[in-house]
Design a protein around this ligand. Sequence first.
Ligand code: ATP
Ligand code: MG
Length: 580
Amino acid sequence: MRWSESYLFTLKDKPADAEIPSHQLMVRGGYIRKLAPGIFTYGPFFLRALKKFEHIIREELGKKGGVEILMPMVHPKEIWEETGRWKEMGAGLLKFKNRNDQEFCLGATHEEAVTDYVRGDVKSYRDLPFNLFQIQTKFRDEIRPRFGLMRGREFVMKDAYSFDVDKAGALKAYEKMYSAYEAIFQRLGVDFRIVKADSGNIGGDQSQEFHILAQSGEDELLVCENSDFAANVEVCPAVSEPVESSDSENPLEKFETPHLKTIDQLAKALKVPSQELVKTLFFNKAEPDSEVFEPVCVLTRGSDEANPIKLKNLWGLSNPPRLLSDKEVFEVSGAHPGSCGPVGLKMPVWMDHSLKGRKNMVVGANEDGYHYRNANLGRDFKVAEFADLRMAKEGDLSPDGKGTLKSFRGIEVGHIFYLGTKYSEKMKAQFLDESGNLQPIQMGCYGIGVTRSLQAAIEQSHDADGIIWPPSVAPFDLHVCLLDPDSPESLQLVDSIEKSLHAQGASIFVDDRQERPGVKFKDADLLGFPLRLNIGARSLANGEVELVDRATKEISKIKIAEAPQEISAAVQKKKGTHVH
Ligand code: ATP
Ligand code: MG
């Protein structure tokens, strides 16, 4: 392809609203253009990368028996009401009415749609198992779309759904998808980790996420230094050293703390580490959008954070519970946050495991400006439940006991779930088993953020000058900077290189604009194809052309007579050997 025949507009300056390098570079390189917040046009070059990645996905899913379909992106309200998710998904589902006042939403995920599809066809155990997938545009009305395609409102997802007769079959399907995903991200050529994850709104009780590691990642991952244990911090079990205090219980004593509002201020004033203090929080133990008001007190060490996802799962909610407002805290405890504690509360108190065994604790007195010293469990207050309520953190013992945890930032690019019968029961997707009994189908669901993965690959692979595409999905394999675009010799050489590359299925992009070499080199670096070839009158006179490796900037001189073969070989090598 020639620049002059293409649609490509690069920008010198980074767009004001792009915070992270991959977003800046994609806009500067003309790969994406914003139509509205979180909604983008994919330019012709990004579309090439997208198609290559989709091809990898199709091949790997095909190897595991995946069958491709394409479902509607507009869904009737009724199917989402069958599962209760019309309400549960909240404002993330974009809902609207048609001219007949019928309600619809844009597909944010397709468990309901696919279950409806399948229940119409499947009758017997003989019809199972199978695995359906699609690559399609999703819409989620994200509160804060940002970072370009990373958190878009409209984005491309690959979603797959497995259907089996029993749990063993469903877990086998899960394992197959796990290995397909491993192969997909290996072929993409990125550094990724697989971690235990929360099932979120999707449901089910086993789930893992695939993360591309990058500084700007929105997720924190905790990985054991010595084993393969890895989890999203949202669900990572927190291991706490047991406290075995042999201190005797001292008398409860109220003392003034007029200006001490935070744990840090209190720790400083009392000259004790915040870890030795107790943090008191109040949550509503009900769905965040419900009318029910059921205040619960949660206690952790002063240095810890309560984990709302763990609370959600412990309390059987579908969304994380909300913290009480300052006003509500005052109403239920008699004090404002900063002076609250468990003594005298009329509500259940949940205590994190790490506080078990503590004696003579400092806690808020439920009176503004006062704390208690020597508060003791049993004597001064009661605990309804001990549980793992806190965020695990770097330096904690790994739950598998094999070392300590290290923290990484990751971008979630894939997510696999074992669902069980959550959807099939509610939507009556059933089959007759061998004994003639009706059974709900066992399901799994599996997503890849296709557009997010590509941007995440760029976030992981770029330098100050531009993108360094993984060769597997680079829009073109070779970028030719034609320095004298009118020279017939140059054009002839380009033609023979192009023929040789096309013969092996490789692609070539030729910058044939009337521009200075410096401008062309800058754009080539920005666009980031794996190899660049400089062809100009001077190089032709010397009988040599320059091949530049985008990643290492290494230059090799190639004799013109051997150029077509040598360049084909170099392209082949790039494609074949790239492993992150
Ligand atoms: P997140 O936690 O990032 O909001 P999610 O857990 O809600 O994502 P899933 O329901 O697991 O997302 O969707 C499957 C995949 O789709 C995700 O792993 C992610 O790669 C991608 N994805 C989800 N939301 C977005 C978005 N707003 N923009 C781009 N890709 C997304
Ligand atoms: Mg997810």
